[in-house]
Design a protein around this ligand. Structure first.
Ligand SMILES: Cc1cc2nc3c(=O)[nH]c(=O)nc-3n(C[C@H](O)[C@H](O)[C@H](O)COP(=O)(O)OP(=O)(O)OC[C@H]3O[C@@H](n4cnc5c(N)ncnc54)[C@H](O)[C@@H]3O)c2cc1C
Length: 364
């Protein structure tokens, strides 16, 4: 049988596309190299938009705010006034979407790695013909490589589990280059367990995680590594379309990819006859945000621990503003409001972009 769409990858992106397209009557097949759906390393921290777009029942916690820790030990609490985000059981989330896709008629072939891929046929452990190929095969997408749809950078991350400590309605974010140079470390409480992880532009993630766990006095188990793509690929080329991490539809500031991939899957199913319209509408709705996140990241990777300590003072002054404008999907709103109130930070940022540490400039 020839399928209207062959989807490589049964993660959230692949399964959401499978569900929406099958529901519209398309014949869809999903190929997944793993034995089971839902083996993903993910913090599972999402906005209300994700709950709405997925209709999920996999919510396990409601988050009222964030405690941001700086290298000198200061902590600034943001939020606390209402529910600002949700924690989901990511594996249950992926399974739930896959089950809905199967209920709509999508065929799933597990333990089937797409290796020999051409425009209209995948051969090897399966022999499948299709009209459209959807690469939803994650950060290191084989489909993107096969069809030369662009290269992206990656950030290395590691995440494990610890027993929940402290308040279970607040995530903790640690800005400290000793543990997470070029990124940040996090604790996301999920009932009795807390997801503890970090990202880094340097090697030695396991040692960094051990050092971080020792600093916060927790015992982290089951740690696993994963990559987050930084930058967008081409979204489509002839009859091949990318979705989710494969397309680089990820916020470079936080690594959050679930909202953009759900948005993209909905737009792709709406414009399945016009991939350029899928790309255009996604870029109109979220492209600017992703571009701003990439720019913010270029600044962020240059910040030292002295810079974080310096910024802590400004952040502590603006808790109300950050709580009001803070939005984990559209983070540029709060950055814009913050800079408007602290225009001297523009000068600071320009210095950073010129590659000089603010403190080395001051001490000249
Ligand atoms: C440590 C970490 C924490 C994160 N925390 C958050 C968070 O708190 N909130 C948030 O919104 N986002 C978070 N993210 C990002 C989010 O997890 C990703 O954006 C999301 O998982 C991407 O889903 P996807 O379906 O595009 O790709 P994936 O989930 O990677 O799925 C791709 C699937 O394709 C399969 N596959 C790959 N190659 C092949 C092949 N050749 N043949 C067949 N199958 C193949 C894989 O086995 C996999 O099942 C986090 C990411 C990491 C790494």
């Amino acid at each position: 049988m020839r399928y209207d769409a062959a989807i490589v990858g049964a993660g959230a992106a692949g399964s959401m596309a499978a569900y929406l397209l099958s529901k519209k009557g398309y014949r869809v097949i999903v190929l997944e190299k793993n034995r089971a759906v839902g083996e993903k390393v993910c913090g599972g921290l999402v906005s209300e938009r994700v709950i709405r777009l997925s209709n999920t029942e996999a919510v396990t916690n409601e988050i009222r705010g964030a405690d941001v820790f700086f290298p000198d030990g200061r902590c600034v609490r943001i939020g606390g006034d209402k529910t600002h985000a949700y924690v989901i059981d990511r594996n249950a989330f992926d399974r739930e979407i896959a089950e809905k896709a199967m209920a709509e008629g999508a065929i799933y072939r597990m333990e089937t790695k797409a290796v020999h891929i051409s425009e209209h046929r995948i051969t090897g452990s399966a022999d499948i013909s299709f009209d459209v190929l959807i690469g939803a095969d994650g950060a290191q997408s084989a489909v993107a490589h096969r069809f030369s749809m662009g290269n992206v950078e990656y950030i290395n991350t590691i995440q494990g589990e610890a027993r929940t400590f402290g308040e279970d309605r607040f995530v903790r974010i640690y800005l400290d280059t000793r543990f997470s140079p070029g990124f940040f470390s996090w604790c996301i409480p999920d009932g009795e367990k807390t997801r503890v992880g970090l990202g880094s532009t340097e090697r030695g993630l396991r040692q960094k995680l051990d050092a971080f766990a020792a600093m916060i006095s927790v015992d982290v188990k089951h740690a696993k590594g994963a990559l987050i793509p930084m930058g967008m690929r081409k979204f489509w080329k002839e009859n091949v379309v990318l979705l989710g991490d494969a397309a680089g539809q990820v916020k470079a500031t936080s690594g959050g990819g679930l909202y953009p991939l759900l948005l993209a899957a909905h737009l792709l199913s709406e414009h399945f006859d016009d991939f350029e319209q899928y790309r255009r509408e996604f870029m109109q709705r979220f492209g600017q945000e992703l571009k701003r996140a990439l720019l913010a990241r270029r600044i962020f990777v240059r910040l030292s621990n002295d810079d974080f300590n310096y910024l802590a003072g400004h952040i502590a002054e603006e808790v109300e503003l950050i709580t009001r404008y803070g939005d984990i999907d559209y983070q540029s709103e709060v950055a814009r409001a913050f800079i408007k109130k602290h225009p001297s930070l523009i000068w600071y940022i320009l210095r950073k972009m010129a590659g000089q540490s603010f403190f080395s400039v001051c001490s000249l």
